[in-house]
Write a protein that binds this ligand. Structure first.
Ligand SMILES: Cc1cc2nc3c(=O)[nH]c(=O)nc-3n(C[C@H](O)[C@H](O)[C@H](O)COP(=O)(O)OP(=O)(O)OC[C@H]3O[C@@H](n4cnc5c(N)ncnc54)[C@H](O)[C@@H]3O)c2cc1C
Length: 439
């Protein structure tokens, strides 16, 4: 399949990816399995688990640093579907094929192997990664497995409750069928309260729930739907670009959007559709529930995690070398990290690039140098007129507090930008897709 054909089938493929045994999916598995590495090699074998923003960046850049390395990207999905710009897709501002890209094409363009499998276990003594499709030997291993949801605060371990919440009211913060469910909800929404929740802690993409709320309010206003967006925020204020978002809530969406900070959800009655908070009972017609986030259960099972602030499970990394503590040849990057950087695509991509350089420094027996990843965050607050707010920031280390802080966000970046038809977000996303897949 060439790229155009792949993209034409993208929505279909996204649906098929979640159903075992489809004809198209099966064809693709066979195609990919042929590239499996089984034999030891004289060239360094570098395996990266996770083909998201960080893993794709790592796989591309490590080949630039160590061209003779045998690089394998282990990814469980058949196709890449972007979370950045997916809010725009929810409201038909971009087609699905803008978000979907081919792992096979990326691997061909950058000279590494795409191995479609799920990593399941590790034998670190013998440098073997276990996967659903067999074992892979490595000299260096990198985990870039992103996040999983953590519903425990609300479910207290009640699986039925958790399934109800995650399947019927999905967060849509991990690519896949959740986004399709949420889009259907938006299209079918006829009125009442549409609740969007925001968790506490360092959740994935701080701005995205607020951007989504703005675009939903914009949709209600434009289509004269008698409904309201309620943002139930566990934080005491908007967590990023506060001035820009608050002015949009108060000026553009008055009557269509209500912002409720410091809202702790105590219980949810799914039959009566009532949320009970510390202050109120809130009736809802529909909802997208965003729980807390954590590193994957696989990493926890492998003993590669720690509990950080807010009781979150995150990767147990040396924050200056990105090596997992206790291991010399296992690295981590992307949203799994324990550092308080923004869990966002640009940050994950630039960190993947840094970690590729760090692995090469280790391989060539040089000292490993730390460099800050770069966060770029752009959000739509309205489409008519086009208003986007953006910021760029890097990080510095505070020795006394043993923590990283935002070293370079400038004030003017936090204000509204009226960008006419240039759409900074789409330009940025397209250039990142080009970086990860094509050039
Ligand atoms: C709605 C939304 C909007 C966003 N907007 C922006 C934005 O405008 N700008 C921005 O910079 N960021 C944005 N983000 C955040 C961005 O998507 C994430 O920060 C980024 O995807 C993190 O990259 P990652 O590589 O760490 O994780 P991911 O991209 O999630 O990749 C992890 C990969 O690992 C794979 N994986 C996991 N476990 C295994 C396993 N055991 N075996 C094999 N594969 C495995 C997964 O399938 C996945 O492909 C947005 C996110 C959302 C949800």
């Amino acid at each position: 399949m060439n790229r155009r054909e792949l993209l034409k089938n993208s929505v279909k493929m996204m649906l098929l990816a979640s159903t075992a045994g489809s004809a198209i999916a099966a064809e693709k598995i066979v195609e990919v399995k042929k590239t499996k590495i089984t034999k030891p090699s004289k060239h360094p074998r570098i395996v990266v688990v996770g083909g998201g923003w960080s893993g794709l960046s790592f796989a591309k850049h490590i080949k630039e640093h160590i061209p003779h390395a045998e690089v394998t990207l282990v990814e469980k999905r058949y196709e890449f579907v972007s979370c950045p710009a997916s809010n725009a897709w929810l409201f038909d501002l971009v087609p699905m094929d803008f978000l979907v890209h081919s792992y096979i094409e990326a691997a061909n363009n950058f000279g590494y192997t795409y191995f479609q499998a799920t990593a399941t276990d590790l034998n670190a003594h013998e440098n073997i990664l276990k996967t659903t499709e067999g074992d892979l030997h490595y000299d260096y291993l990198v985990f870039a497995t992103g996040i999983e949801y953590d519903y425990y605060n609300w479910s207290k371990g009640d699986e039925a409750f958790e399934h109800k919440l995650s399947r019927e009211y999905p967060a849509a913060f991990i690519p896949g069928s959740e986004h399709l469910t949420l889009k259907k909800k938006i299209q079918n929404f006829k009125g009442g309260n549409f609740v969007i929740t925001v968790p506490d802690g360092n959740y994935r993409c701080l701005s995205a729930p607020y951007e989504r709320a703005c675009l939903l309010a914009d949709h209600l206003k434009k289509n004269k739907i008698k409904g309201k967006v309620l943002i139930l925020d566990a934080n005491n204020q908007v967590t990023i670009k506060e001035e820009g978002f608050m002015s949009a809530f108060n000026e553009i969406y008055k009557g269509y959007l209500e912002y409720m900070p410091e809202t702790e959800i105590e219980s949810i009655d799914f039959d009566k559709k009532i949320i009970t908070t510390g202050f109120d009972n809130i009736v809802f017609e529909d909802m997208s529930f965003y729980p807390n986030v954590r590193a994957t259960k696989l990493l926890e099972k492998l003993g590669l995690t720690i509990q950080t602030a807010y009781n979150r499970i995150e990767a147990n990394l040396n924050v200056f070398t990105n090596k997992f503590k206790g291991y010399d040849n296992i690295f981590g990057c992307g949203d799994l990290r324990p550092m308080g950087f923004s869990k966002s695509g640009n940050t994950a991509y630039t960190e993947g690039q840094n970690v590729a350089r760090m692995v090469a420094e280790d391989y060539y027996k040089k000292s490993i140098k730390w460099e800050s990843p770069i966060t770029f965050c752009d959000s739509f607050v309205s489409m008519y007129p086009d208003r986007e707010i953006s910021l760029v920031s890097t990080y510095k280390y505070d020795k006394s507090g043993h923590t990283f802080f935002n070293g370079s966000a400038t004030d003017e970046d936090w204000k509204h930008n009226t960008l006419g038809k240039s759409h900074a977000q789409f330009n940025w996303a397209q250039s990142m897709y080009n970086n990860m897949f094509y050039v």
